[in-house]
Design a protein around this ligand. Structure first.
Ligand SMILES: Cc1cc2nc3c(=O)[nH]c(=O)nc-3n(C[C@H](O)[C@H](O)[C@H](O)COP(=O)(O)O)c2cc1C
Length: 219
């Protein structure tokens, strides 16, 4: 499965089967985490056979069978959310290419327990990873015209980028982004909110994947 295919196949999955992650899959996930940590100066960590991130009712009812997850962490900085969102998109799609499913949660998890596992770095969420009990369902999408504008006739790469951005996971599926294009320049904004930094990073990664990095420059 390519990353483009993974982008279409990926949906939030909150229930997982008992099937453990094979060793070679764990090694590949850890290597990808390491690459993202180095590139984006982050402290993401994969937790295996651990349920500490999920507490109480969430553990009981929502996070069914979740035993493995990424802790999305780094040193506190104004752009930490965006970097974690960008790296998280890469990890979620990489996991999907390996036949796994994922679920990003920034509200329904234990900040305290996860911070302890990453040397008290700032934790902005967790991403459950494993063999889903289902493949999830496609989220409701806004129209391209609601989230984008291009000066003149939009080139194919721009339309592809917007279509891909609409496939990105966002908190409460808000899709509160706006993409503006002029010539080969693209500007991405995200409506201010609790997880807008993370959402912006996720959307940015998806736009790049859809449009093709060589076609444009971020403004
Ligand atoms: C930043 C962020 C925070 C999220 N927080 C939660 C959460 O606390 N609990 C939850 O059940 N889902 C959470 N989600 C999952 C979203 O609801 C889900 O990704 C969105 O509805 C889009 O669906 P999709 O992932 O299937 O595309 C979060 C997603 C993102 C990107």
């Amino acid at each position: 499965m390519t990353f483009e295919e993974a982008m279409r196949a990926r949906h939030m999955v909150r229930r997982y089967t008992e099937k453990p992650l094979p060793e070679d899959i764990v090694a590949q996930l850890n290597q990808r985490i390491e690459e993202n940590n180095q590139t984006h100066h982050l402290a993401i960590r994969l937790m295996l056979n651990d349920t500490n991130a999920y507490q109480g009712i969430v553990k009981l009812l929502l996070a069914k069978g979740v035993k493995n997850y990424f802790i999305m962490a780094g040193d506190d900085a104004p752009d930490l959310g965006e970097r974690l969102g960008y790296a998280g998109a890469d990890l979620m799609l990489f996991a999907q290419t390996l036949g796994l499913n994922t679920w990003w949660a920034s509200g329904t998890f234990s900040r305290k327990n996860t911070a302890a596992a990453v040397g008290n770095k700032k934790v902005l969420g967790v991403v459950a990873v494993g063999y889903g009990a289902s493949q999830g369902v496609q989220h409701k999408m806004k129209k391209a015209t609601e989230v984008s504008a291009y000066e003149g006739i939009a080139p194919q790469w721009f339309s592809n980028g917007v279509a891909a951005a609409l496939l990105a996971p966002t908190a409460l599926n808000k899709q509160a982004f706006f993409v503006q294009g002029i010539g080969d320049k693209v500007n991405l904004t995200y409506k201010e909110g609790t997880f807008s930094g993370v959402d912006k990073g996720l959307v940015k990664y998806h736009f790049e994947l859809g449009a093709g990095k060589g076609c444009f420059q971020w403004m």
